[in-house]
Design a protein around this ligand. Structure first.
Ligand code: FAD
Length: 355
């Protein structure tokens, strides 16, 4: 019998949800894995609301993005089971509501487009609406996307960190200045919004977003049992339940300065006003945290996942959906590392497609 080959070494740069999911899956697949992260406060994975949005992120006509989210959502329960973290799920369904006729018309058009692609949304009556989201001020109509839930993204990060440690991933807290510093057979770059610092030509721009975390007080009404996403006089606001409160989000505007991490007063004021308008009881909650983070966006809105060169795989540019897309991304990266790229997604997500 011949000697078996020693395990190959892998360095994953970036310990957000994407890099952590990849490191965990890689070590289980036999890679001797190191995860390097510099611990930035504006990491999207910390700031996010944790929605697993399919209908909520659908854009009419964008079939690839829609099919990608459908595929990603289908992998989440297996991922959570393997992670042995049943508590990460905080909601199973999403309720969509609108403030006025034009908001409702937009919701209806998106709902019809999704239903034509076999992801159905159902109108719900006012009694059901009151039972899943009792605090909705004066709203009588909505549509429900059953099975479109949310996870507690910070709980996911904690579970991934435990799973990585238990499986033998070595973690290292430091900035990587250049990929040439890393002594590993293979490298995965999963640095989200900061990809261009390590891969200079990567076309990743950033969209900033503010998010609020509110904690329920003893006299305040209970959080909704579903994710509530509203079109509110042309803006968007969502309320995502947590066991002890809610996450309210999110603003969105382009910035170019990756050090511009402070929340802006105007964005926070809009969120507070819209949320209290949508669910008046939230005004009694305690404002516990105001955060801001970056969504890393590519020119076509789809992530870059695949090989850059013989030693480097990239997994970044996950925009508004990195929490949803993390399990799928880990599967695709493991395929790329094994030189068995996924037939459906690797041409669509190829990092070289913008060259
Ligand atoms: C306001 C807001 C709300 C959102 N809500 C949702 C949601 O509900 N659902 C959803 O699916 N998505 C949501 N997103 C999007 C999601 O947060 C991102 O797509 C996701 O976090 C991307 O994950 P990532 O691991 O690629 O990047 P990040 O989470 O940003 O992680 C990158 C990591 O790399 C590290 N790093 C960077 N450069 C270096 C370096 N040179 N050396 C070492 N380490 C480095 C950083 O410190 C960071 O920890 C939201 C985003 C925002 C901003």
């Amino acid at each position: 019998m011949g000697l078996s080959a020693p395990p190959r070494t892998l360095a994953v740069v970036g310990g957000g949800v994407v890099g952590s999911a990849i490191a965990w899956r890689a070590v289980l697949a036999g890679w001797q894995t190191m995860l390097v992260d510099d611990g930035r406060a504006a990491s999207g994975s910390q700031v996010a609301a944790g929605m697993l949005g399919v209908v909520g992120e659908a854009r009419i006509g964008d079939d690839d993005a829609f099919a990608l989210t459908v595929d990603a959502a289908s992998r989440w329960s297996g991922f959570a089971d393997d992670l042995d973290a049943p508590d990460v799920r905080v909601a199973r369904d999403t309720l969509f509501v609108g403030a006025d006729r034009s908001d409702l018309a937009e919701l209806t058009a998106v709902g019809e487009w999704c239903s034509a692609r076999s992801v159905s949304v159902e109108p719900i009556a006012s009694r059901e609406l009151r039972s899943c989201a009792p605090g909705l001020g004066g709203i009588r109509r909505g549509v429900l996307a059953s099975g479109e839930g949310a996870v507690d993204n910070r709980e996911v990060l904690r579970a991934l960190s435990r799973a990585c440690a238990a499986a033998g991933v070595r973690t290292c807290r430091r900035p990587v200045g250049a990929l040439s510093e890393l002594d590993a057979d293979q490298i995965v770059v999963a640095t989200g919004a900061w990809l261009p610092a390590l891969v200079p030509d990567a076309p990743v721009r950033i969209e900033k977003g503010e998010v609020l975390r509110l904690r329920r007080t003893p006299t305040a009404p209970a959080p909704p049992s579903v994710v509530v996403r509203a079109r509110w006089h042309g803006r968007q606001v969502y309320v995502v339940p947590r066991p002890d409160g809610v996450v309210v989000g999110a603003t969105q505007y382009e910035v170019s300065d990756r050090d511009d991490t402070a929340p802006r007063a105007g964005g926070v004021a809009d969120l507070l006003r819209d949320a209290a308008d949508l669910m008046p009881g939230l005004a009694e909650y305690r404002l516990e945290e105001v955060g801001a983070g970056f969504r890393p966006l590519t020119p076509d809105g789809l992530p870059m996942i695949g090989r850059l060169d013989a030693r480097t795989v990239v997994a970044a540019g996950h925009g508004r959906g990195g929490i949803l897309l993390a399990p799928l991304t880990a599967d695709l990266v493991l395929g790329a590392l094994a030189d068995r790229p996924d037939e459906r997604w690797s041409p669509v997500l190829d990092p070289g497609r913008f060259a």
